[in-house]
Design a protein. Structure first.
Length: 480
């Protein structure tokens, strides 16, 4: 049985943010993740939006975590060397009779402490965003809104935590939790672990673990969100993140640029029973297109390169639950983390670490490494620097993914880094190889060859996303 001071269940942004914050202290921390990598659940399939903080109810934990997370994002992105841009956001009001609702959103934002909020009239909106619908009446402008890459954020948090001593256990599914005299015993698919404290950051499964140890039950509904992603030639169609007025199920369909130059449409909000139910539907994608077109005109739909769906962990009370359980001392919930969970993750990690610092009397480490150098991107370098790099290491001149101009050297870096990629999706999330217009149609065989070579495995053992997601079956391995 492996013993820890703290075990975190879940390798999404909340779990990895908590792990990184805890790695500042002299404490033995482990992360148990049922998938083969971090960022394989809710965190991998969301809008990548850093919300300003005007949506959540005044005084709610959601509102506090949103505002604090937004404030922390600049320094965090700089420390972790990941792209982040404050592009601002606009909530579109299409009719005069909806203006009171827009003003209520403004007043809530002011009460929550959001800075710089303005209500713009039609002319001001169209001057800022010419492709917004001609029917626009007014809009709420939030300059502190931003965009970030959810994959890079999640992976960077995990890498930094790993470098600072946090141990990650992948393909390790927790099946049972038992209270012991001192802490908890966790039975997993890879053996038994014990810990003085458990952090439950299990996304759509967080209620299952909570209910194993607490008499006060909670219930999480997986809420599916369908998305459409457009090619990089469309990324300037809007500069700001364009929201509809929020409704019963959240912020509605957005239209937003990504930090990598694409255009993103979505998500829907469809409650499902299947906690792995991420298949898109024709009805869902039609809804995305129809509602996105209400707020933004002339969307170049022929430039759609892929669709996907993610699940949000909606707890029945609609609030974040981040606390030690009263009837289960030592068990800390990080549950119900739906939107704005990505924005909030730095604050969520800070809050969880604060609880444990007090409970365990943690002392800060003098050797904490706060920064993390991102993966080198030769295509972004000036030509002379890039040429010198290729002369020094020719692998950086061997382009594997033509759509995104990703080299063999970058893929090797992604595999060899802390918590390195072991699957095609792992490489894709770290480098963007396979995220371009052809959606990995060209680069997959070459990336598989590199993975097989680096991990010293048969190419038929290479998977798309771990488990049994094999791509090459019954082929001659020498063909690669």
């Amino acid at each position: 049985m492996t013993d820890y001071d703290v075990l975190i269940i879940g390798g999404g942004v909340s779990g990895c943010a908590a792990a990184r914050e805890l790695s500042r202290y002299k404490v033995n921390v482990g992360v148990l993740e049922k998938e083969e990598d971090v960022c394989c659940g809710t965190s991998k399939a969301n809008s990548g939006i850093v919300h300003a903080g005007y949506d959540a109810a005044e005084g709610s934990l959601k509102a506090k975590m949103n505002l604090r997370g937004n404030e922390l994002m600049d320094s965090l992105a700089e420390d972790l060397d990941i792209p982040f841009r404050r592009n601002g956001s606009l909530v579109i009001c299409l009719a005069e009779e909806d203006l009171p609702e827009l003003k209520s959103l403004y007043e809530r934002g002011i009460a929550n402490g959001v800075k710089g909020l303005q209500i713009l009239n039609r002319e001001e909106v169209l001057e800022k965003e010419p492709n917004v619908s001609e029917d626009v009446y007014a809009a709420l402008y939030a300059p502190t809104g931003g965009i970030i890459c959810p994959f890079e954020l999640n992976i960077a948090l995990a890498e930094n935590a790993s470098v600072n001593g946090v141990e990650f256990h992948f393909c390790t599914e927790v099946t049972d939790i038992e209270k012991q005299e001192k802490g908890y015993r966790l039975t997993t698919s890879q053996g038994v672990y014990s810990a003085k404290y458990v952090v439950n950051a299990a996304g759509v499964y967080a209620d299952r673990f909570h209910n194993m140890v607490s008499g006060k039950k909670i219930h999480i509904t997986p809420r599916r969100g369908d998305y459409l992603l457009l090619d990089q030639c469309t990324g300037n169609h809007v500069r700001s993140t364009i929201f509809a007025l929020p409704g019963k199920y959240g912020k509605g369909i957005l239209v937003a640029p990504t930090v990598h130059g694409n255009l993103l449409l979505g998500p829907t909000a469809i409650d499902v029973k299947d906690r792995e139910g991420t298949a898109t539907t024709r009805e869902g994608l039609d809804e995305v297109l129809g509602k996105a077109g209400m707020n933004v005109k002339n969307i170049p739909v022929r430039q759609v390169i892929t669709s996907f769906a993610g699940l949000r962990a909606h707890e029945d009370e609609g609030e974040f639950i981040i606390e030690e359980l009263a009837d289960a001392p030592g068990f800390i919930d990080c549950a119900g983390i739906e939107s704005p969970g990505l924005t909030s993750c730095p604050a969520v990690g800070e809050r969880i670490a604060g609880i444990l610092k007090e409970k365990l009397g943690l002392k800060e480490r003098e050797d904490f490494i706060s920064t993390r150098k991102g993966i080198l991107k030769p295509a972004a370098l000036p030509w002379e620097e890039r040429s010198a790099l290729i002369r020094e290491n020719p692998a950086y001149g061997n382009i594997i993914c033509r759509c995104e101009m990703i080299s063999e050297g970058e893929i090797l870096d992604a595999i060899r880094r802390p918590l390195g990629a072991r699957s095609l999706d792992g490489v894709k999330r770290r480098t963007r190889a396979g995220m371009g217009r052809c959606q990995a149609g060209f680069c997959s065989p070459r990336t598989m060859e590199i993975l097989a070579r680096e991990w010293k495995m048969d190419v038929r053992e290479v998977t798309k996303s771990g488990g049994k997601s094999y791509l090459a079956v019954g082929v001659n391995k020498d063909a690669f």
